[in-house]
Design a protein around this ligand. Structure first.
Ligand SMILES: C[S@@+](CC[C@H](N)C(=O)[O-])C[C@H]1O[C@@H](n2cnc3c(N)ncnc32)[C@H](O)[C@@H]1O
Length: 207
């Protein structure tokens, strides 16, 4: 399990940022990643989707409007409230303690949330996600990376400053391949500070 103090700090930081994040515009490259995953889901006639670390629920709303049966989850109560205000089915739930029966969903969507997991906890969380996916289920994992880092990001603009883990591509790929079949690994350049992540890692995985 992720240490409680890390989760407490993160939920505080995201509660405080919830309104701003709800209003912010989604970048074009994220829209493209989401669209590509949607197409794959539709081609394979998938119907149900779990979003973990949903934030204010913009992606859950998108998949829901595309006809999917969506369950949103987040650690932050304020984020979950914003999801519910959009009419989404949403619950406060940490992704290290998913409260769903085995094989509940056709797909899992995780955008920029698993970068808040201490490295030693990632394998057990991946196993939890695998377990709630149906056979052949699809899992989209998107994180910033390209560098090796674990700990509080001292230059963070959130208060309290957040905990991050970043991985180099080959390391992330090898960890993910222990639990899933790798279908795609997209590397999208981003603008960050000198010593920050160099790109976004968008990965499509299959149970
Ligand atoms: C950077 S935001 C991304 C939100 C949304 N996925 C998006 O892309 O707009 C990270 C989200 O992960 C959530 N989060 C962090 N740790 C979590 C945990 N252990 N379980 C569930 N959600 C978590 C935060 O509360 C926050 O809403």
């Amino acid at each position: 399990m992720i240490p409680q103090d890390i989760k407490k700090n993160l939920s505080k930081a995201y509660d405080r940022q919830s309104k701003q994040r709800n209003q912010s515009r989604t970048q074009d490259w994220k829209i493209k990643e989401r669209g590509a995953f949607l197409e794959k889901l539709k081609n394979e006639k998938k119907h149900s989707l779990l979003e973990i670390g949903s934030g204010p629920g913009k992606d859950s709303l998108f998949f829901s409007q595309e006809g999917f049966n969506v369950q949103a989850t987040d650690l932050s109560e304020d984020m979950v409230q914003l999801c519910r205000e959009k009419g989404l089915k949403a619950d406060v739930m940490s992704f290290d303690d998913l409260q769903f029966p085995e094989s509940s969903f056709d797909a899992v969507w995780a955008l920029n949330c698993l970068l808040h997991v201490p490295k030693e906890n990632l394998p057990e969380i991946l196993r939890g996600i695998r377990s709630v996916l149906k056979k052949d289920g699809l899992f989209y994992l998107g994180v910033y990376g390209g560098i090796n880092h674990e700990g509080i990001w001292q230059k963070d603009f959130h208060e309290p400053k957040r905990f991050f883990s970043f991985y180099e591509d080959e390391i992330l790929e090898s960890i993910l391949k222990r639990e899933f079949k790798l279908e795609a690994f997209h590397k999208i350049p981003i603008e960050e500070g000198e010593d920050g992540p160099t790109h976004f890692q968008g990965v499509i995985l299959r149970k």
